[in-house]
Ligand binder design. Structure first.
Ligand code: CA
Length: 222
């Protein structure tokens, strides 16, 4: 899952980015409204965390312009304590949730997980494909009851595959959702990671779950 943070306070942005990366999310940061709007318009994020008080273009304008352009990515607003009016306006203009500063990182994480779950049938915190299980809270992965150790990147790659069970995912889609904007899509890093992942989740099991479609991409299915 790839998340955009639009926040001009470098300390706050850095704190959120570090925390989310530890949770295996890919994170981009924009330090003003214009850059935020541009990145959100150009890339396919799974979530946008948008501060309201921003230089160059304020958060409400970024929000309004994105929704006008039919960008439907879930947006979580960050607001100051006394800005009740802004929260209401933001929600009316298409924001999905808001959080008042200062906030605990655990609360931000809970809101993000809840927003990412919306629009999917599951309300629980587990993803399942066949006998493969991924717990999105504890980050534990198991197959046929046996726990599988994954690195952070392997975990986020697997989560993306499992959320999109049965859908063909191209390398571009994978790069856009699992890596941040510093990623060089011309390398074979994705294939390398997919091979690592496959060794861990498929190799010793007769039923393979992760399939390669030559020249197209990958698909996870039973
Ligand atoms: Ca700000």
């Amino acid at each position: 899952m790839r998340i955009l943070i639009v926040e001009d306070e470098k300390k706050v942005a850095g704190f959120i980015k570090k925390g989310l990366e530890e949770e295996t999310y890919a994170v981009d940061v924009a330090y003003d409204g214009e850059e935020g709007f541009h990145l959100a318009d150009m890339n396919q994020y799974d979530m946008i965390i948008l501060d309201l008080m921003l230089p160059k273009m304020d958060g409400l304008e970024v929000l309004t312009r994105l929704r006008d352009k039919k960008v439907s990515t879930p947006i979580l607003l960050l607001t100051a304590k006394d800005a009740v009016e802004d929260k209401v306006t933001g929600l009316n203009k298409g924001a999905d949730d808001y959080l008042t500063k200062p906030f605990a990182f655990s609360e931000l994480l809970a809101r993000i997980r809840s927003l990412l779950r919306r629009g999917q049938a599951e309300t629980q915190t587990e993803l399942k494909v066949g006998d493969l299980c991924l717990d999105m809270v504890s980050h534990k992965v198991s197959r046929n009851g046996e726990e599988i150790e994954l690195t952070g990147k392997e975990y986020s790659l697997l989560e993306y595959f499992m959320r999109n069970e049965g859908k063909v995912l191209t390398r571009t889609m994978i790069a856009e959702h699992v890596w941040d904007y510093n990623f060089d899509t011309f390398t074979n890093v994705i294939d390398v990671y997919v091979n690592h992942l496959r060794k861990k989740i498929d190799k010793k099991y007769p039923a393979k779950l992760l399939h390669t479609l030559r020249g197209v991409g990958y698909v996870m299915r039973v």
